[in-house]
Design a protein around this ligand. Sequence first.
Ligand code: KG4
Ligand code: ZN
Length: 336
Amino acid sequence: MKVLAIETSCDETAAAVVEDGRRVLSSVVSSQTDIHADFGGVVPEIASRAHLELFAPVVAQALSRAATAPAELSAVAATIGPGLIGSLLVGVSAAKAYAWAWGVPFVGVNHMEGHLQAAFLEDPALSSPMVVLLVSGGHTMLICMQDASPGEYLLLGQTIDDAAGEAFDKVARFLGLGYPGGPAIEKLARNGSPDAIAFPRGLAGHGFDFSFSGLKTSVVRYVRANPGVDLADVAASFQEAVVDVLVTKTRKAAAEVGAKAVCTGGGVAANTALRERIRHACQQDGRAAFLPSRAMCTDNAAMIGATAWYRLQRDGPTPLDAPVDPNLKLPLVRLR
Ligand code: KG4
Ligand code: ZN
């Protein structure tokens, strides 16, 4: 069963063909980063217009790379939320039109559930229960998954203010490093010392929730008070503060639920320092670490195609008049 999936929730126009929720036959991602770079962040109206220009060639390429004709598809899926409303509307409207024209079901997919499922695309034999650290531009969550099939997710903790990626983007903008901030800070941090400045660890020792807005303010205050500071030291020390708190809490959460494996997802999981520290911590704790490839951590449509396959078996098709939801939440059950 082949699913064509479309992802347009933010600034990547992506399409993929995924077979049986597991085999990625093609995955095409067209990034708009260059278009938004001059503005220091994603401009929603520009993003929607770019999706409109890009989705047809991206879908055509995904089908041709997968050597798949529309008649071979069993469903068309698209990210239905969360994300930018205009961007979501382009992908969802296109997917619904394709589904209607080709006479196959449409499946609306939760973008965050896509990030959670991404790991299983690269390692279907992941052991459970597992703790997933989901760190993107809009979310920071610790989730316990009992098995691979989508259902309800146990929420262990989440950010009470900024997401980790948001903190990277805001600090990068303040330091004049441009957009997207995560890769820019990671690059600059290579020339700095992570121990140079002791930035605060938000909510350290307080359960599994996170807070990053105090850290961001602390960076701004420090740089204003020390105009001659080496910005590479600032970047490295800031990155260290984020990674430290993410890894410490993930480790504690994994111990609390008796997780066999720890997994990461979302754009910040592409960060090398975070990946190395998670790997190291898991080695020490005797747990399997699964770190999806960087391409699978950042936004892509393969993860949407995989999730759609499961959701179609479980919940059936999504009605063609279903709206997009910019604030769509994961189906969560909170621990406690
Ligand atoms: O998952 P994603 O591609 O889009 C959302 O769903 O938000 O995540 C984007 C976020 C941005 O905040 C970006 O700065 C961050 O992921 N990011 C990184 C790195 N690559 C992307 N943060 C730290 N280090 C990286 N290498
Ligand atoms: Zn994402």
